[in-house]
Design a protein around this ligand. Structure first.
Ligand SMILES: Nc1ncnc2c1ncn2[C@@H]1O[C@H](COP(=O)(O)OP(=O)(O)O)[C@@H](O)[C@H]1O
Ligand SMILES: [Mg+2]
Length: 275
């Protein structure tokens, strides 16, 4: 679905103030897979995300999305249709004054016939559970609802992959949970691949795979269990591990015989109180 091969990128390449942001990054995301990307600030996560959406082109290496090389100037819109992007700030993604018009924006730009646009808008709003807000003003929605609206706007172009760049960072816990539940359902029920950049380790723990970036490189990659078992390395990078994992690792350091790679409360309970 998404293949980044040996991608290096420099902002302002060739200028005296150029900034090298990615070095030889390889990333593969299979159709329907849910991948979390974590890493400290400035590690290149957003830069990588923008490559998947053809907002940035590699300085060297290549990115292929749904079989299309993002550097192909004739197919940029196909790339953006295949991989829809949602950003951190919900307010920056609103383009219309009525919810349903906001969702219609993408399909309208693709020149779809009005009947098809209406069908897609309804379907996308249903998918994020906002259909009853069709006639509302986007600005009056809560943060979580606004992010679900942003997701609906992307869904209306029927992407095969969602790229979410810290979509919950500005939300309260309720909004976070709404957005996560929506993304999880789209992944599991509709098979949409998800690349979810997050600072929240509890969120990352729910992915099929976690990719850890530091200094513009992928430094660790594996299942959440494999990655969070490396709490030592993550702490060196200034990252946390999920709270349950941390507690389990502390108990283990105190001599309790429990595995170092627990991810859920249920697993911890089972390890402490074997039946
Ligand atoms: N528009 C830009 N111009 C110059 N440098 C940038 C720009 N955007 C990001 N950078 C630099 O690229 C590096 C990676 O940034 P970014 O991809 O935003 O990291 P992250 O999303 O992990 O915080 C950082 O050193 C950052 O300062
Ligand atoms: Mg970022």
């Amino acid at each position: 679905m998404v293949r980044a091969e040996n991608v290096s990128f420099r902002y302002g390449a060739g200028q005296p103030d150029e900034v090298a942001a990615l070095f030889d990054v390889d990333l593969r995301v299979a159709p329907g897979e849910y991948v979390a990307v974590i890493g400290p600030n400035g590690s290149g996560k957003s830069t990588l995300a923008k490559h998947i959406n053809a907002l940035l082109m590699p300085s060297s290496g290549r990115v292929v999305v749904a079989g299309i090389d993002t550097r192909d100037p004739d197919r940029v819109w196909e790339v953006r249709q295949a991989a829809g992007m949602v950003f951190q700030n919900p307010d920056n993604q609103i383009v219309a004054t009525v919810v349903e018009e906001d969702v219609a924006f993408g399909p309208e730009n693709l020149g779809m016939p009005p009947a098809e646009i209406r069908r897609r808008v309804k379907e996308a709003l249903e998918a994020v559970r906002l259909l009853e807000y069709s006639q509302h003003a986007p600005y009056a929605l809560s943060g979580g609802q606004k992010q679900r609206l942003a997701i609906a706007g992307v869904l209306a172009i029927r992407p095969r992959c969602l790229v979410l760049d810290e979509p919950t960072a500005m939300l309260d816990p309720v909004g976070r949970e709404e957005v996560l539940r929506t993304v999880r359902r789209l992944n599991r029920e509709d098979g949409i691949a998800v690349i979810h950049i997050t600072q929240d380790m509890e969120e990352a723990a729910e992915a099929d795979r976690v990719v850890v970036m530091d200094g513009g490189r992928v430094v660790l990659e594996g299942t959440p269990r494999q990655v969070f078992a490396r709490a030592d390395l993550l702490r060196e990078l200034g990252l946390e591990v999920p709270q349950v994992t941390e507690l389990a690792q502390m108990l283990r350091a105190d001599g309790l015989d429990i595995p170092p790679d627990l991810l859920t409360v249920d697993e911890l309970v089972a390890a402490l109180c074997p039946s």
